[in-house]
Design a protein around this ligand. Structure first.
Ligand SMILES: Cc1cc2nc3c(=O)[nH]c(=O)nc-3n(C[C@H](O)[C@H](O)[C@H](O)COP(=O)(O)OP(=O)(O)OC[C@H]3O[C@@H](n4cnc5c(N)ncnc54)[C@H](O)[C@@H]3O)c2cc1C
Length: 364
């Protein structure tokens, strides 16, 4: 039976902890409060691989589609286990064609993937989604895309972990790793010493700077800032995820309509830019004006964990007992159940057959 210490208690760390305890491991999650807040709360909660990966040759696309396919069962099991509804909704997504080139691309996509997508002319699009702008000439309906309330998801995962006996230690201090003979011998924090068999780094955008880890064992994860807003309700609530020209609108259960998101290389600068908020608001009104009320009711940012090649970093690191589960970038909510399953197989069965080689942290 493995004794596992997970650094990071966001969606990644918690979902891995749940999967490991289900397989009999003894797990501690050590979560350091990070400035700006974790990505898992900042996210929009979309489960939208087609909308995110429109390049059909993108190596992440197949992984993302498989991840989405697992979400229905994952959400059901988590809700039953914890008694917490997480607002999983396979609502479908509407991608508004913004110009002729996009229109042609969408129509061709719908022809190639009739089980997944349908081209809607202007009338059909507005019939499906009455809040759409009057100038919309057509849209692609992606029938299986969806979303989840990521705030409730974090709550449910925390509850599932607590029920399963995961020890969750939250701290304002920085955990310090000590390496001896090419393995992590101990982790110190708040006067406590852990000597786990395995350490998993699931520290989101902070995964590239783990205190005490030698430079050649660190991996190049960087923060990619994203700002989002939420708006007051308009006259017609959205039925689907809606995208137009890179801006998306997500109506999660129990939360005001969220609109995202900027993508910025700004380090860990968590200041909010009022101009970004205004631009998101205007872009959302161009997509679905009837869904939008008169004012912005919330504005926040988070840091996505990015890698130089845009692929996740999942699997063994350069020390014997070091594993990474990070680099999910824009899709860490979507990927969470799949990553948890892969890491659990790796640790509990020493089986890395299902882990895509392209995701190996050893590539850096
Ligand atoms: C604006 C925005 C919108 C997004 N929208 C979506 C979306 O719609 N769909 C989707 O799938 N993904 C989305 N994402 C991406 C997704 O949020 C992330 O990929 C995912 O949340 C990463 O989860 P995580 O648990 O790895 O990181 P985090 O949630 O950041 O958690 C990491 C945790 O580690 C802690 N920590 C940091 N350093 C240490 C340390 N040294 N020791 C211990 N703990 C530490 C932090 O405090 C934090 O609690 C979005 C992200 C942003 C910013």
């Amino acid at each position: 039976m493995s004794d596992v210490l997970i650094l990071g208690g966001g969606i990644a760390g918690l979902s891995i902890a749940r999967a490991l305890t289900a397989g009999g491991a003894s797990v501690t999650v050590l979560d350091r409060a990070a400035p700006g807040g974790p990505a898992s709360r900042a996210a929009a909660g979309m489960l939208a691989p087609h909308a995110e990966f429109d390049d059909e040759d993108d190596p992440l696309r197949a992984f993302a589609l498989a991840a989405r396919a697992g979400w229905h069962d994952y959400a059901g099991a988590l809700e039953t286990e914890t008694g917490t509804a997480i607002g999983y909704n396979a609502s479908g997504a509407i991608l508004i064609a913004n110009d002729q080139a996009e229109r042609a691309r969408h129509i061709a996509f719908a022809r190639r993937h009739p089980q997944e997508a349908q081209w809607l002319n202007a009338g059909e699009a507005r019939h499906r989604e009455p809040a759409l702008a009057p100038d919309v000439e057509g849209a692609l309906l992606l029938v299986h895309e969806g979303h989840v309330n990521n705030h409730l998801l974090v709550e449910a995962l925390t509850r599932a972990c607590a029920n399963a006996g995961v020890r969750i230690h939250r701290t304002n201090a920085t955990p310090i790793v000590q390496v001896e003979a090419a393995r992590i011998a101990r982790v110190d924090c708040d006067g406590i010493v852990w000597r786990p068999d395995v350490v998993i780094v699931a520290a989101g955008a902070w995964s590239g700077s783990i205190e005490g880890l030698p430079a050649d064992a660190q991996i190049p994860v960087r923060p990619v800032k994203g700002e989002m807003i939420a708006v007051a309700a308009g006259t017609r609530p959205l039925r689907h995820l809606v995208w137009r020209a890179g801006t998306y609108l997500v109506g999660r259960a129990g939360l005001p309509l969220a609109i995202g998101a900027t993508v910025e290389d700004a380090g860990f600068d968590d200041r909010l830019n009022p101009q970004s908020a205004r631009q998101l608001f205007e872009a959302a009104k161009r997509a679905a004006p009837a869904a939008i009320g008169p004012e912005i009711v919330d504005h926040w940012c988070g840091f996505r964990p990015g890698t130089p090649d845009g692929l996740p970093a999942i699997g063994r690191g350069k020390l014997d007992n070091l594993i990474f589960a990070t680099g999910q970038y824009r899709n860490g909510v979507l990927f969470a159940p799949s990553i948890a399953g892969l890491i659990a197989r790796l640790i509990l069965s020493d089986d890395d057959a299902a882990l895509p080689a392209a995701f190996s942290p050893l590539r850096f």
